[in-house]
Design a binder for this molecule. Sequence first.
Ligand code: FES
Length: 145
Amino acid sequence: MAEPFEPKITAFVCNWCTYAGADLTGTSRIKYQPNVRVIRLPCTGRIDFMMVLKAFTRGSDGVIISGCHPNDCHYTSGNYHARRRWMVFRDLLEFVGIDLERIIFSWVSAAEGAKWADLVNEVTSKVRALGPYRELRQLAAVGID
Ligand code: FES
């Protein structure tokens, strides 16, 4: 009998807010789904959408992008840059066939450990319902990565 599908979620988070919030989740002993792998960046403004594509080609079924709330970015406007970049690239990603339902943006502050747990649980359930994301992995298998 086949194993039930367990999604792999990659989370790109900023160091100052969401990473600290995720840390608070752990120190508060709040339980949440173990499906997420966190990649810590200095700021969401650092995120290049090639990173998101690479996450999918390397096996992720879903991606979370999360940083400081608006007006709280430690580099002043990195989160606004990330949001603007997303607005520009989402149409392009959709055009090339990326399932946008698998990319989730959020703001989680250093004080929102419970929100981080809720976000991970919601995204894991959503991606579990969507099923495995094999399309981009197949591109990587033929060398388009
Ligand atoms: Fe957190 Fe910029 S430092 S989004």
